[in-house]
Design a protein around this ligand. Structure first.
Ligand code: NCD
Length: 331
């Protein structure tokens, strides 16, 4: 059966929030990523002549490198700046809209942006207009939609069915972790996903996200910190299919709050005992970078998926750029 024609996703050509993608879009994207994984060079050169600016104003290893790599492998000319906050005119107070205006006037077509404040990528998209795709690569404590795409791709590759009942436990700094925000919005598109939120009281999941789940009739359970103190983490994971671990986002806390957060986090460390208490076919994910919350001793556990997840970032970003490019050149 020939695969259906790709259609524009909501908000096309910008990628600002994970809610923009519907299950039918994702099925096509994941198939495309799988094809690229099997034939890594098949789309090489398809974006020749396109100029892409990868402009990051917060630290990054994987997102930055995989976007640069994805765009270059597809043939785009890439201007990559990982130091926007330090060495661009931003350090002199320039707003992101003016930066976009400059790059546009120099002939740039695509913008992959990481910003430290929520909402700045949306402003950049307005300045870019609807012929110049802007991709949110993380905006403060807001969202990180392409991370959610690669996270869900990893889940899909393991379970092959997102309509079956799945229990997903999101663990850690749920207040500041933008990857969990994007992932929850995306997983909420699938009615049989059940959410369990676990983490220190001081960084529980945002109320608007919980409201979103309630409005959409999704099942979720918030485990208070006190319950973990009474009954340790390993006793909560026996029915968890996906354990999504996140680090304490210390850079988003004041100096005085950091020590308290690290202390509170000690109860939420994913030890080998926690991993072993999970079902045999379950998976452990982490957007990386990890710190003490996920010790290296877990790396050899068969449930550990985070390095595969990291690799998936390249395939999914190539598939996403290729999809956008396809639509841009045919519309
Ligand atoms: C995440 C991010 O930047 O939000 N990293 C990533 O992109 N893989 C997670 C984090 O920094 O904790």
């Amino acid at each position: 059966m020939p695969s259906p024609e790709p259609r524009p996703f909501a908000g096309f050509p910008h990628v600002l929030k994970s809610q923009q993608f519907e299950p039918q879009d994702l099925a096509l994207l994941f198939e495309r990523a799988d094809t690229i994984r099997r034939h890594p060079t098949m789309h090489h050169g398809t974006m020749t002549g396109v100029r892409a600016a990868v402009l990051f104003a917060e630290p990054s290893s994987r997102t930055f490198t995989s976007f640069v790599e994805a765009a270059e492998r597809l043939g785009a000319t890439v201007r990559a700046n990982q130091h926007m906050a330090l060495f661009s005119s931003e350090a002199k107070g320039e707003v992101v809209e003016d930066t976009i205006r400059m790059f546009k006037s120099y002939g740039y077509d695509y913008f992959m942006l990481r910003r430290s404040k929520e909402g700045e990528v949306d402003s950049a998209a307005l300045a870019a207009g609807d012929r110049h795709p802007v991709i949110n690569c993380g905006d403060g404590s807001g969202q990180h939609p392409t991370q959610a795409l690669l996270d869900l791709y990893t889940i899909w590759r393991h379970f092959r069915d997102l309509d079956r009942p799945l229990t997903v436990m999101l663990l850690g700094d749920l207040k500041n972790g933008r990857t969990v925000h994007s992932l929850v919005y995306l997983l909420a598109k699938y009615p049989n996903v059940r959410f369990v939120f676990v983490g220190p009281e001081r960084c529980t999941m945002k109320a608007d996200l919980l409201e979103h789940l309630t409005e959409h009739g999704r099942q979720f359970h918030v485990v208070p910190e006190t319950h973990i103190l009474e009954r340790p983490l390993f006793a909560w994971v026996s029915d968890v299919d996906v354990l999504y671990v996140t680090r304490p986002q210390l850079e988003r806390e004041t100096e005085t709050d950091r020590t308290g957060l690290v202390q509170a986090y000690q109860e939420f460390v994913v030890t080998s005992r926690v991993a072993e208490a999970m079902p045999s076919d379950s998976i452990i994910m982490h957007p990386l970078p990890r710190t003490f919350e996920l010790p290296e001793t877990v790396d050899t556990n068969r449930r550990a998926k985070y390095f595969e997840q990291m690799e998936n970032g390249l395939w999914i970003r190539m598939a996403l750029l290729h999809w956008i490019h396809d639509l841009r050149t045919t519309s």
